[in-house]
Design a protein around this ligand. Sequence first.
Ligand code: ADP
Ligand code: MG
Length: 862
Amino acid sequence: MASNGYRNGTGTNKGAIKPPASSNIRSSSFKSRLPPSSNHSPGSALRRTSSASFTTAAGGDGVPGRVRVAVRLRPRNAEESTADADFADCVELQPELKRLKLRKNNWESETYEFDEVLTEFASQKRVYEVVAKPVVESVLDGYNGTVMAYGQTGTGKTFTLGRLGEEDTSARGIMVRSMEEILVNVSRETDSISVSYLQLYMETIQDLLDPANDNISIVEDPRTGDVSLPGATHVEIKDEQSFLELLRLGEAHRIAANTKLNTESSRSHAILMVHVKRSVLGEEVAIPTESDKSSHFVKPPKPLVRKSKLVLVDLAGSERVQKSGSEGHMLEEAKSINLSLSALGKCINALAENSAHVPIRDSKLTRLLRDSFGGTARTSLIVTIGPSPRHRGETASTILFGQRVENMLRIKEEFDYKSLARRLEIQLDKLIAENERQQKAFDDEVERINLEAQNRVSEVERNFTDALEKERLKCQMEYMESVKKLEEKMIENQQKHQHDGFMKDKCNGEGPGFCEDIAVIKKLLEKETHMRKEAEKEVNKLKSQLGQHMDAGAGGDAEILKLQIALEDEVHQKKKLEEEIIILRSQMLQLTFEADQMRRCLARGGSGNAYPGLDSPMSQVRDSLSGHKTPVSALFDQVGVEKILDLLESEDANVRIHAVKVVANLAAEEANQERIVEAGGLTSLLMLLRSYEDETVRRVAAGAIANLAMNEANQELIMVQGGISLLSTTASDAEDPQTLRMVAGAIANLCGNDKLQATLRSEGGIKALLGMVRCRHPDVLSQVARGIANFAKCESRASTNGNGLHIALVLLQVYEAGDHFLSMKVHFHGLCKMLTMMLHLLGDTLSSHCVIWHSMKQMQRT
Ligand code: ADP
Ligand code: MG
């Protein structure tokens, strides 16, 4: 029975379209009876006995198949106010919790939950809105719907449903308000509303609009389950007024009929049926043609009529069910008059228990409601109760009836699978079209983003290429310029050399060295050219890579990174080239020095000496006095002292040698000394002495220091920077007479400084100076002698007051040196020369005579 019971309008009427059914049958109960608390405190904590899940009422709003149950309490009437004045109401409402407490006695109560709990103060408007409005709206949407009022006689069923509110519009009941809402929402032109008003009494259906029509039969379409009453009067409703007239007429007929039947209206059910027919546009239906299965033509939308039905039932008084079977007449009445109500209750029970047999055919009421109750239909039940404690039993049974309705949700729903399939097909088509639209939009977006990205990448690439090209051009220009300058210088030098050509070979081996240098420079130039070509090649390679990259259009970042690295390489290369240029320039400087030197030497006819100053301190003065810049100093300005000093630390030994030569040559000119020292040249030269590795470097460095040591300010600096101990070490290490000559020259210069005497002595400077006579080379000896002479001169100045001690000390040292000279079998003439100088410096004192005499004696001994 469950399978064919309560079928609810699914595509049943001809041409009618029903909206989609709810997805499934809701079987869980959403309200549960709450048992009285076991202790004696009324209203204590709630406990649910049902295992069914609890759903809030709000969750069920407007859900088809869901029976919403509201309870409404009538206010006390005059009689109750007096009679029950000393008693509390049998119920206590908690509207905010949607709960109702039914008092058992003064200390015990049972709590129930409903979808809505309407107090005695609830307005008719509010009652309509929470109970009937959702149903009416769903009827307007094409669903069937039912609103029923159930309760004991006199609790307000008719008040709730049927009040006309003619004098006071706020008193209008659900029937009038529903019609108002329907009228507002339908189109007068295309839609139609018709009404039937019936009474069901003793299983007979009477037409309240045509009392003569007193035995109307119910027709059920066995296929669709649709219920119709072909015999009933259907009155078209155009406005509210005509509807009110109709209700009035129906009410009058109801009273008349009940008088005729000698019964009360409370023993019959009043049923108002509102049929709504609305014109709606159908869906566009695409159907395949015969010739081409893939192509579709679209049928234009066809206007369709959507039918729905609102059934409003003012049920007979519920007390009749409870009291049935008590005695003769009442038993009959229960069996026949109120069969429908008890059948409704049974159906509800059967459905609540999920029984296989739902006695839907047992009564006319259940048969009548078959297509408007449960399933896709929306149903509201308003349970009306009175407050009187005297009717507590009736009230309790009414409440329990309402509670059972929750299980109506178990009603099985039958689908019209054919129409469902068609609807689903249409929906599927829609979704496919939508999906296609979205896919297209997505593809467009992807394309747009792609294009944007490509544009950005090519812009970055363009910028990068421009920058690269600029940098390359700059490098090339600079490079060309330097090469040009170098070539010019070289040509100049070559011309000079050709001029001095025949003399060159006579010189002491400097000539071939010079040619070698030029060859080295040429080689370097070739190397440079080669490197430049390599760099150009690299740039071209990068360009072609860039082109490839542009073609590929992807992996832009990686390529840019590569190019950046290449650019860095280029910059590095450029730096290297610049360094090489400096080196070449410094070499050029050196060559210029040497050529200059040679020229001077040729002019003098003497031997070439790369480092003037020691022998001829005046030469520099002469040069500087000439008033204008020599080509050397011009070149020096061009290259810059710092860059030359940097070359002292070059990794290339050749470069280092050239650099130190240049520095030494520059140091020979007083004008350059300050600049060299300021740029840290002195420190660098001392470093070279310290980290000796090449005799030439050491010799030249010592020469440069000697030149710098001619300047008094530098002398102190040399001392401060530990120069004396470095020079002393070199003095004892070195074997090369030219190195020793330079070292001796440097110390000799320091010996001329009054302030440094004590330090020179204490740090072993004098001892080192004297130690160098072991070399016996006249150049060295002359420097030693110069140094001793300087030293002695200072000492004598320090002891102008005749402090013999100082002089004695010096002389003692000289004496020791003399001894040493002798032991080394030094040339007698050299020593004599020195002693004569000493004598001249020290003056004709007794002690000096003594010492000299002593020395002479020593020499004579050998
Ligand atoms: P029923 O139809 O259930 O037998 P009625 O609707 O005839 O009951 O109501 C009985 C009486 O109570 C009426 O006089 C009615 O006006 C009054 N009444 C019912 N409900 C209310 C209410 N909510 N507020 C005021 N009066 C009410
Ligand atoms: Mg009534």
